[in-house]
Design a protein around this ligand. Structure first.
Ligand SMILES: [Zn+2]
Length: 431
């Protein structure tokens, strides 16, 4: 039997171990916010990877958003050197999970196995992917002990809240840099036969319209900021939304609806504050003097980031020219550029070949509608050889009764292990 087939069989033989590892990870409720139990899960991963011959480091992202004595932002990075010099393949998984929410029919932190699925918050996003990458690396090391280069596995904090205490911090410290790492695979749940090359861009901003406070019985003595914002919304419906819908990308974004520019109105506040729940009185008669709206604009690789902001400024100026006393402020909150790894990048072609061997078909190449930790690896780490590839169905992420399929994890682990052969051992093991 050839060495690759032996490796595929080896992963199948580790099925129970893969299930048990995924269950153990799910049973650690690493909810974020607030960032619960990061040290515990990092120490668990450290112990596991040390016994597989990895050198490990625990790194706290001190001073990053959310980091505190009660909720420290811990990360674990493990590295195992091969016998010869070569390239480094890094598997990066986030250890945090989002809030449980309503509608569960099983224990969200129980790790229950039913009909070939493991249930729990974070099973799909993305503890199943983390477990698959560990089993893949361990099986590869067992069968190809003389590999060249290095394997790295990291468990990182805070992806669900922007990744500043996780991958962003580590990239700033040099852990994700071309000096140290050659290939990055992020086992996010993008489906086992898809390679995710990158994501659209993001621009968040707050728009405020200004008015003048007065008694609500004499609104003509004031100036209503909410009506001014209404004019902004009307102009958006009239000109901006149709323009966004026209813009199509050549990036293979999924789902189909995200192949165009989009903008979500994230929130809208005008007039009196919402009263406390126990307050039983009536509102005061006030003309609102301020209205604030937060917009979440997702843009395409074909769009110029400066134009995204300018388009909204132009719109506000248009409203201003048509409306007496109209005054506004625009506060840009944050921005992430779109990114897309080239289809012929080495990590892409290796994973594509492995998908061909394991599943007997060509992969689907996709781009994510929203961002994930690749944004930091790209922008801070300056690494262009990065993809998301992992088991699980993307639509199940953040849902009640989230699960990951055991067969999917097995096949993904096989793909990851074959990718390691391709990138680290192929010179010794040509068949
Ligand atoms: Zn995720």
């Amino acid at each position: 039997m050839d060495a690759k087939q032996h490796l595929l069989d080896e992963i199948i033989s580790r099925r129970q171990e893969l299930v048990a590892l995924t269950q153990e990870l799910i049973r650690m409720p690493t909810l974020n916010p607030p960032g619960h139990g990061y040290l515990e899960i990092c120490e668990f991963l450290e112990k596991r990877l040390k016994s597989a011959g990895f050198e490990t480091e625990l790194v706290r992202a001190t001073g990053t958003p959310g980091d505190s004595g009660k909720y420290p932002r811990w990360n674990v990075i493990a590295r195992r050197e091969g016998k010869y010099r070569g390239q480094c393949v890094h598997f990066n998984s986030h250890i945090d999970v989002v809030e449980v929410g309503l509608g569960w029919t099983c224990d969200p932190f129980g790790g229950e196995v039913k009909e070939g699925r493991i249930y729990g918050r974070g099973s799909c996003d993305m503890k199943g992917g983390l477990a698959a990458s560990i089993i893949a690396a361990e099986a590869f090391i067992a069968l190809f002990p003389d590999y060249a280069g290095a394997i790295e596995i990291s468990g990182t904090a805070d992806e669900e809240t922007g990744g500043f205490g996780g991958v962003a911090y580590l990239a700033e410290q040099g852990y994700f840099s071309p000096n140290r790492v050659d290939h990055v695979i992020i086992p996010e749940p993008l489906n086992k036969d898809r390679i995710c090359l990158g994501h659209r861009g993001v621009w968040w901003a707050e728009i405020e319209t200004k008015g003048h406070i007065a008694h609500g019985s004499m609104p003509f003595l004031g100036d209503c900021a909410v009506r001014h914002m209404g004019a902004v919304l009307a102009e958006m419906e009239e000109t901006l939304y149709p323009a966004l819908a026209e813009r199509r990308t050549s990036m293979p974004v999924v789902p189909e609806g995200a192949k165009q520019s989009t903008m979500n109105i994230n929130s809208f506040h005008g007039g009196l504050e919402e009263p406390e729940e126990e307050f039983t009185g009536f509102p005061a008669a006030i003309v609102p003097d301020s209205c604030r709206m937060i917009v979440d604009r997702r843009y395409l690789i074909e769009e110029n980031p400066q134009d995204v902001a300018q388009e909204v400024v132009d719109l506000l100026e248009r409203v201003k020219s048509q409306r007496p006393k109209f005054d506004y402020e625009l506060r840009e909150m944050w921005q992430v550029a779109p990114t897309m790894t080239a289809k012929d990048a080495p990590v892409v072609t290796s994973v594509a070949r492995a998908i061909g061997v394991v599943m007997g078909r060509q992969p689907e190449y996709v781009v994510s509608p929203g961002t994930y930790d690749q944004k930091h690896i790209d922008r801070i780490g300056k690494m262009k050889n990065c993809i998301a590839y992992g088991p699980g169905i993307l639509d199940l992420a953040h849902q009640p009764d989230e699960y990951v399929g055991v067969d999917d994890m097995i096949e993904s682990a096989q793909v990851m292990a074959l990718t390691l052969v391709d990138l680290l051992a192929e010179t010794d093991e040509k068949d």
